[in-house]
Design a protein around this ligand. Sequence first.
Ligand code: SF4
Length: 610
Amino acid sequence: MSESDSAELRRVEEAPATPPARPKTLRPRLPVVRKPPALVPARMINEVLYCERLMYLEWVQGEWSDNAFTVDGQSVHRRVNESGKPLREPPADPSEEAPPYVARSVWLSSERLGITAKIDLVEVEGGSVVPVEYKRGACPDVPSGAYLPELAQVCAQVLLLREHGYTCDNGEIYYAKERRRVPITIDDWLIRSTLGAVERSRRLVLEGVLPPPLVDSPKCNGCSLVGICLPDETHALVERSPPAERESEDPSLEVGDDPWGLAPPAEQPVRRLFPARDDKLPVYVQAQGASLRLDGERIVIHSKDQPSQEVRLSNTSHVAVYGNVHVTTPAIRKLLERGIPLLFNSYGGWFVGQAVGHDSKNVELRLAQYGGTQDRVRCLQLARTFVASKILNCRTLLRRNHESPSPVALSELKQLARKARGAESLEALLGIEGTAARRYYSEFSGMLKGGAALEFDLDGRNRRPPRDPVNALLSFCYSLLTKELTLAIRAVGLDPLLGFYHQPHFGRPSLSLDLMEEFRPILADSTVIGALNNGVIRSDDFIAAAGSVALTPPARKRLILAFERRMDQLVTHPVFDYRISYRRVLEVQARLLSRVLLGELPRYPEFRVR
Ligand code: SF4
């Protein structure tokens, strides 16, 4: 290695792999049984040097998410792994002449080194071998030919080959974008850095604490886990939290009027590092007797009254079926393989359950959730936030949409929100929420224009079954919202059945109902108000029978479309000040709740509209 190469490597090594000192956060060691991992994968050696949090999220918490870079990388690796010979044993006599050959997907491990690796390609010529690591991008403009994480990954492969008796002097990286191979020199410094990274990975696993995110790092731009990690959001919330909470190891029940409030944007703006909205769309099937079957990469929907329709799997976020809809086994299996949830609802719209692929691997998070639900202090702290935020969002909806909002009602709701923040028990909180709901629904008809208002039962909310058209609409939209929250919660790795405010109850998605509180007015109620005021739903769209009122199928379709438009609408996040769709908001809020449970954030940040 030339002197300039060594200097470059040292510069890379000296660059901080871990972020600067940060405020202390609530970061308990989680009660997961830990023992030092016997073998550290070479890929994790790469990642721990790139970002310790990335390594921990992927390896310890089992998180994964694809972006354009990872998908491209997978296709490069698929091509290289397609065919090839296995690696033969090293020759007993190194001078023995044998025809050269290439081995692919070579898996080697060494307990002495504590490393395991799947090597893309090993070229064998004469008595020596060269491992080749495939990378999707272009060669970086550095004298060493690669950054430290990639150098260490190749070094780990070289060490493994040597450990298994092969003569291996150096490795190579093939950059697919430029179709260029770059030799990687293995010197003592690189070996020390690589073995140091192995040791660091083992220590992080044993410590059991999610490392903090990088600070304002360009590395986060290309990181596929950025939507899971939420680096800028986490820093912003920790920095804006009151110092007492930041320093405390024990979340206090003391609450102010508005702990996060609609905090002004931080001096350092929060970057939105993930897409504002998801390009995939949900599929709703409510025609009774319809059937869904698989056709290659598409789902075909047959129903007797309409021509067949096809949807691409790659464009589908989830499939929701209502009532008597048949789904073939191959279609179910393909949906599960692709991670597309299949949601079953009753004909009337009640969310019954779902079929999903493998559950999240994040055991730490689930243990934290189970522990949290047993902790009355934690339950009350979260429940207060959910309820206070809901009451304030109801108040905002009234302020925005009521023809002449009652100052008394607005003032009462504000006071009830304040009371909710200081409620001394879950039972007291239930009472406050009930009073606020009665006050809010007593004003609800004032948000409806003309004849729509006359249809609403002035006694307020009724359900199971709904007895008037507006309550039928509200019930249906709450059910759609429950489904959305359940999907978001599952995607994050939480258990939707275990809540903090809504106590566990057979089959009830209590956590979905918890998180849903603050979104009821802004997503469900506003959809209903818009649908009625804009004439999307009219008085002849309902069927009344035996004291209950239900929507006709065509009206239900229009209401689902109105709800979907609302979910896809971009909104400015009140805490982070960037614009994302409401559907993304639900995922971000569920993710932030998971960070509260893991002890990284001191408090759940409310989603409050202005
Ligand atoms: S988003 Fe940034 S901080 Fe988070 S895991 Fe990725 S690189 Fe690390």
